[in-house]
Ligand binder design. Structure first.
Ligand code: ADP
Length: 270
């Protein structure tokens, strides 16, 4: 989708002409632009909570003799600091996964374990909104990769399903075989996405509604982390969604080769 420029140099060599096409310069230039964009976005995103904390600190000093105001401003400072540290953590996560073609420490990972762990970690959040999470882990299917990264990817989808749904609704997560691959689908009955937004949600820092994301603590990085994690595992992630009806995000991963499933990672055994 990127415009590629080819730099052609034509050099006379006796009676013949040599045409040299330097395409790697173009790629280096594109990567530089992506990096510059990323740094600009990161700086902008970090400035928002830092600016808020600094204003709140001033307000606390100004209202030092009003205990109610101090408590209110103090609480908001805590929220903004939490947001700041989540943002920093996600930026670190993203920079770790985006430059790697392979997930680092690979092991044989039991998918049902990944799903159960991801759901467990999101349990408190679901309970706070009275959302029921229904889990169908399927069979004993394995993939090769990093257990922690895969839990991180599935957890991100479950968190979003909860964050972008109303109280009392249901979230479903299930795994099934799809040819030589395994599909993990997270479905919600939430606010859904328009067609334009489904095409953009995997972009870094893209948020459909920044105000709502601020309330849910969203950074706009979650789905790009998911996309990179899944890509380093040789898979892909898809979305189906309808405004006002809900969404299904599906991670598709290649199954581990049967001769590799000898000493699988199973968190339940730890
Ligand atoms: P965020 O940290 O803001 O949740 P993500 O990268 O995880 O960032 O998601 C990008 C945007 O996609 C979100 O801000 C939200 O608007 C939208 N989104 C993600 N998941 C869902 C979902 N399950 N339902 C509706 N909208 C979603």
């Amino acid at each position: 989708r990127h415009t590629r420029y080819l730099h052609a140099r034509v050099a006379p060599l006796g009676t013949t002409f040599v045409l040299v096409l330097c395409d790697d310069q173009t790629e280096a230039r594109r990567l530089n632009a992506v990096r510059r964009d990323f740094v600009a976005n990161v700086s902008h995103e970090l400035k928002t909570p830092i600016g808020a904390i600094s204003l709140l600190a001033e307000a606390v000093t100004d209202f030092a003799d009003d205990p109610e105001a101090v408590e209110r401003f103090g609480g908001r400072m805590q929220q903004e600091s939490k947001r700041l540290s989540q943002l920093v953590q996600e930026i670190i996560d993203l920079s770790r996964v985006q430059d790697h073609e392979a997930p680092g420490n690979t092991e044989t990972v039991l998918i049902s374990s990944v799903i159960e762990d991801a759901v467990d970690r999101a349990r408190t959040q679901a309970e706070a909104k009275n959302i029921t999470v229904q889990v169908a882990t399927g069979g004993d299917w394995y993939v090769e990769g990093s257990y922690e990264l895969l839990v991180n990817a599935v957890r991100n989808l479950v968190d979003n399903a909860i964050n972008y749904s109303n109280e009392g609704t249901q979230v479903g997560i299930g795994a099934k075989l799809d040819d030589e691959r395994i599909a993990i689908a997270v479905t919600d009955q939430g606010i859904g996405l328009s067609t334009e937004d489904t095409e953009r949600v995997f972009e870094r820092f893209y948020r459909v509604d920044p105000a709502r994301s601020r309330v849910t603590g969203g950074t706009g990085l979650g789905l790009s982390i998911v996309k990179h994690i899944v890509a380093t595992h040789g898979g892909d992630v898809r979305v189906w969604s309808k405004l006002g009806q809900g969404s299904t995000f599906t991670i598709v991963l290649p199954l581990a080769r049967p001769d590799h499933v000898d000493a699988p990672h199973d968190a339940a055994l730890e």
